[in-house]
Design a binder for this molecule. Structure first.
Ligand SMILES: Nc1nc2c(ncn2[C@@H]2O[C@H](COP(=O)(O)OP(=O)(O)O)[C@@H](O)[C@H]2O)c(=O)[nH]1
Ligand SMILES: [Mg+2]
Length: 312
């Protein structure tokens, strides 16, 4: 990546943005110096993660939020993260339709990103993509993740606020707790409020959240929407802004950002060390030791010890 690319990112060139995001997605070689520059030019974009079961209406909700954000005079970058997709660059079908809708709008950038099986790297990628969009001047960055497992937990590490979208069909509260969604959620949305059971779900969620709330974390508010009918969206948008204001006033946002920063440095160091350690010679040695399992009595500890003491 050269300084021309950086200038283009900073001048909100969506083609350049898309190109660099592909590099990040496919683990391209981007220098630390480039990321350093990007980071130093990143504004204070608010980073929001939106997760929930497939079909709960996340994309519909994001579309409505985009409208709210641009009516508010702000710009937004949306990245649909699909951890299950080995997808090659660009967009999932639905997102391509969305993208076309805004193709001439400099205030809205939308694209998709797969994880390519590299789940652990998702948090790092989301952080870098967030910086990139912030450097292009976006006021809000939204990551939409399919809630199917580890993916949303990775993305939650890269955002200021995680919104979990549920629907009356998404199962009972016990399942929710098992999935660890209560741990990562800052805000809940009960979508498809036009359906039976939505009011009941919102009520029982509220009482659970009240009972289980941890110190040092605000009790997550629960919003009710019907995204495809544009109902409850204005209330959700205003409620989000109020919630964020409280987080800021109480110093919780700053704390969260510091924690994120610390963790990010930690992960970068860990990634680098692992990459540097596993040279081809060491990988070969490991394979040899596995090959000889029957003839030697080397324990995994012994093999690890010898690899760690090797010089190549
Ligand atoms: N009844 C009802 N359907 C909705 C609502 N919001 C979205 N949908 C529909 O639910 C389906 C899945 O929505 P989508 O946004 O693609 O869900 P995602 O997989 O979570 O991104 C689509 O057919 C939407 O039109 C809602 O509030 N009520
Ligand atoms: Mg979707």
């Amino acid at each position: 990546m050269d300084s021309d690319t950086l200038d283009r990112i900073r001048s909100n060139d969506h083609h350049a943005l898309s190109r660099v995001i592909s590099e990040i997605e496919f683990n391209g070689q981007i220098s630390d110096a480039f990321f350093h520059e990007v980071h130093s030019h990143a504004n204070e974009a608010l980073r929001i993660g939106i997760t929930g079961p497939p079909g709960s209406g996340k994309s519909t909700l994001v579309d409505q939020l985009i409208q709210q954000i641009i009516s508010d005079g702000k710009s937004v970058g949306v990245v649909a993260v699909d951890p299950t997709s080995p997808f090659t660059g660009g967009a999932l079908l639905g997102d391509r339709v969305r993208m076309n809708h805004y193709i001439w709008d400099n205030n809205v950038f939308i694209r998709s990103m797969g994880s390519h099986g590299d789940l652990g790297g998702l948090a790092r990628k989301a952080q870098d993509v967030g910086d990139l969009l912030a450097a292009s001047g976006k006021d809000v960055v939204i990551f939409e993740t399919v809630g199917v497992g580890q993916g949303e937990h990775d993305v939650a590490k890269a955002v200021d606020l995680t919104m979990v979208v549920l629907v009356p069909e998404s199962g009972d509260e016990i399942q929710l707790m098992k999935a660890g969604l209560i741990e990562i959620a800052d805000v809940f949305v009960v979508n498809k409020s036009d359906r039976d059971g939505a009011g009941r779900l919102a009520q029982s969620l509220k009482s659970i959240l009240h009972a289980f709330n941890k110190k040092g974390k605000l009790e997550p508010p629960v919003f009710s929407t019907s995204a495809d009918r544009n109902e409850g969206i204005g209330e959700l948008y205003n409620g989000l802004n109020e919630f964020i204001q409280v987080m800021e006033d109480e110093g919780l946002m700053a704390q969260k950002q510091l924690d994120r920063h610390r963790k990010r440095v930690f992960n970068l160091v860990q990634d680098r060390l692992l990459r540097e350690f596993w040279t081809q010679a060491k990988l070969n040695k490991l394979e040899e030791s596995i090959h000889n399992l029957n003839s030697t009595n080397a324990s995994p500890h012994e093999v690890a010890h010898s690899l760690l003491s090797a010089n190549d």
